[in-house]
Design a binder for this molecule. Structure first.
Ligand code: DX5
Ligand code: ZN
Length: 222
């Protein structure tokens, strides 16, 4: 995926959708590593966002960067396949939204895409026990999924450390991504607890100078 120690993944949920291609170009040329692409269906979560056509439009527009798709949808399999065709590099889904988690993971991998499992604040880590070795990434939610701009739930820090240990024990190269309320005040603790991949929506797109903000975020974790 990348050898970089820390990945900054701006969530386009907080971008200006009327000029999404330019927003993506701007944030990537400001030092971001991945594009975090939040998909909501007004069913698994109460909000409604963007689908595979928008992912394909970004590719057609010329975006070559790593697109990290976060599915907050139910069911998972059909749209995951559509996102792979639309150019996604990695797809994460929530285990509650798939009847057969192992099957969904392997369908994504077999189609040549990287795969992650997204864990809500109240979801037990037990679900990882039997599948962690199949994953490229664990996406730990530090807010309840559905909206940008929420406050970081601090009990997640303990969970991050637990997942860090599970990943280290597995001996596999699995990224630990934290999503929700990551900003200049929280990112250092998130890194200290063991995360290596940081989603930030409002903390980046809510500022005027993306480059300044991204370098300030990086400074907090280096
Ligand atoms: C929430 C989404 C997040 C969200 C993060 O359901 O998965 O990716 O955009 O937004 P901030 O960084 O503003 O908390
Ligand atoms: Zn997300």
């Amino acid at each position: 995926m990348t050898d970089k120690k820390y990945i900054i993944a701006p969530s386009i949920l907080s971008a200006n959708f009327a000029r999404l291609g330019e927003e993506v170009e701007e944030v990537m040329s400001s030092g971001a590593d991945w594009i975090h692409f939040d998909v909501m269906d007004n069913h698994y979560v109460p909000n409604l966002t963007i689908g595979p056509m928008v992912c394909k439009s970004l590719r057609d527009y010329g975006v070559k960067d790593f697109i990290d798709v976060h599915l907050m949808i139910e069911p998972v399999d059909e749209l995951a396949a559509d996102f792979i065709k639309a150019g996604a590099d990695l797809i994460s889904f929530h285990p509650e939204a798939s009847r057969h988690v192992h099957r969904s993971i392997n369908a994504i991998k077999d189609a040549g895409c990287k795969v992650g499992l997204a864990i809500n604040p109240a979801t037990s880590l037990n679900v990882l026990d039997d599948v962690i070795e199949d994953l490229d990434l664990v996406l730990l939610m530090s807010v309840n999924p559905g909206f940008g701009g929420q406050s970081f739930i601090s009990s997640t820090l303990n969970k991050i450390s637990k997942v860090r240990k599970m990943i280290d024990d597995s001996g596999k190269e699995i990224k630990l991504e934290v999503d929700g309320g990551v900003n200049l005040n929280t990112i250092a603790d998130v890194a200290k607890a063991g995360a290596d991949t940081f989603v930030a929506g409002s903390a980046i797109f809510g500022t005027d100078n993306y480059e300044d903000t991204i370098s300030q975020l990086r400074a907090k974790i280096s």
